[in-house]
Design a protein around this ligand. Structure first.
Ligand SMILES: NC(=O)c1ccc[n+]([C@@H]2O[C@H](COP(=O)([O-])OP(=O)(O)OC[C@H]3O[C@@H](n4cnc5c(N)ncnc54)[C@H](OP(=O)(O)O)[C@@H]3O)[C@@H](O)[C@H]2O)c1
Length: 357
């Protein structure tokens, strides 16, 4: 595939244009990141996930618009309503998610921050059994007044329970704690329980999906060998692999494998827990766009084709971390950030071992 393809498109009808953008997103999922588009699309008529795909939405304003688009080796223009299709499911995942890990857990603060996130436009919340705040996430979605189908909720199983049926009980208990009827994505949180434990959790997840209690299933912190191992006991592709990703830890081997296999890559700890906010190159890129270092990091993640999961309990930071749709990092800026990766996983903030047996 050529590194750069330029193409100009003029006077497309709005439905046709939305179809083009959707096709570009699908191609991206299969590992050929696409770029870019010089002018924004008219806003989606509705941010409702249940109304997607956009190509089927009613036309509101001009049926035909003139524009010039430049398609390079990157991504289509972004909005907070963007979604990606998940493999082997009819559902789509919002391109940005809201993380809620906090140590120690604080349920009232979690409810408040999720409400602030939903108010700011996030439609995707990432919790886990381990975070001890699944109930709080469900409570916030109920209090928000949004339709259940308009919010994408992920949780994760911490460990196997000594048998597929016992593990299935643990999964069902999570869905009950969240209390929204179903979850959209259920992940194996980490691969550390060994081949038998991983297989047991996956088999239980497949059953939970068959019961309709989760719409999709995936993994987190899985290395390539763990993903390959799954082919030995399941025909279900994990919809997602959620791994630590930011300029200082890029996990290229895992990312390349996931894109090749059609697995959506979620980026956790995308803000490097604010540890790099004074890094000179990051600061200078942020200043050049009059944005914060955190906004640059979220934007980097989106432009790399990941689904970033920034966390904050501060309403202003929650809002600004998702306010990343009116600037674009140039190729030079992306390259500068891409050059930050530290060797041997030294850039990792979290302790999870993607190479464990
Ligand atoms: N699957 C896994 O194993 C795994 C592991 C880790 C994380 N995750 C998921 O990924 C989510 C995000 O990762 P994370 O929580 O580790 O880290 P993160 O999102 O990279 O950083 C969160 C930290 O950055 C601060 N922060 C947020 N916005 C900021 C801003 N604009 N300016 C300055 N500081 C800012 C937050 O403080 P305030 O709250 O005070 O703003 C918090 O201390 C988690 O919540 C969780 O959902 C998954």
């Amino acid at each position: 595939m050529p590194k750069s393809v330029n193409c100009q498109v003029v006077s497309l009808s709005l439905p046709a244009l939305r179809t083009v953008v959707e096709i570009l997103q699908v191609v991206q999922v299969f590992g050929n990141p696409i770029k870019y588009v010089t002018r924004k699309l008219p806003p989606n008529p509705s941010p409702s996930l249940s109304n997607l795909p956009p190509s089927t939405q009613p036309i509101q304003s001009p049926t035909s618009i003139s524009f010039i688009k430049k398609i390079q080796f990157a991504m289509p223009d972004f909005t907070i309503h963007d979604v990606l299709p998940l493999p082997q499911t009819p559902i789509k995942i919002p391109r940005i998610g809201f993380g809620v890990f906090q140590d120690p857990p604080n349920k009232p603060e979690c409810v408040k921050s999720c409400l602030a996130a939903l108010e700011a436009g996030y439609r995707h919340i990432d919790t886990a059994q381990y975070y001890d705040n699944e109930e709080a996430v469900g409570e916030a979605v109920r209090q928000s007044g949004l339709e259940r189908s308009d919010v994408f909720v992920t949780t994760k199983i911490q460990k196997p329970q000594g048998g597929v049926e016992e593990t299935l009980e643990s999964l069902r208990a999570s869905v009950d704690r969240i209390g929204l009827g179903w979850v959209d994505l259920f992940l194996i949180h980490m691969p550390v329980s060994g081949p038998e434990g991983r297989r047991e959790m996956w088999k239980a997840l497949e059953k939970l999906k068959d019961e309709g209690k989760t719409k999709s299933i995936g993994v987190s912190n899985f290395g390539v060998k763990h993903l390959e191992e799954m082919k030995g006991y399941s025909g279900t592709i994990p919809a997602v692999n959620q791994i630590e990703l930011h300029p200082w830890l890029q996990q290229s081997e895992i990312v390349d494998y996931c894109f090749k296999e059609g697995i959506v890559v979620e980026a956790y700890t995308p803000l490097v827990r604010a540890l790099k906010n004074d890094e000179p190159d990051l600061v200078s890129i942020a200043e050049a766009h009059s944005v914060t270092p955190a906004q640059v990091l979220v934007r980097w993640s989106l432009q790399r084709g990941f689904v970033p999961l920034p966390k904050s309990y501060n309403p202003e930071r929650i809002r600004s971390n998702a306010d990343v749709y009116d600037f674009e990092l140039s190729d030079e800026e992306m390259e500068k950030l891409n050059g930050k990766a530290l060797p041997g996983g030294e850039g990792a903030v979290c302790p999870y071992d993607v190479n464990c047996p």
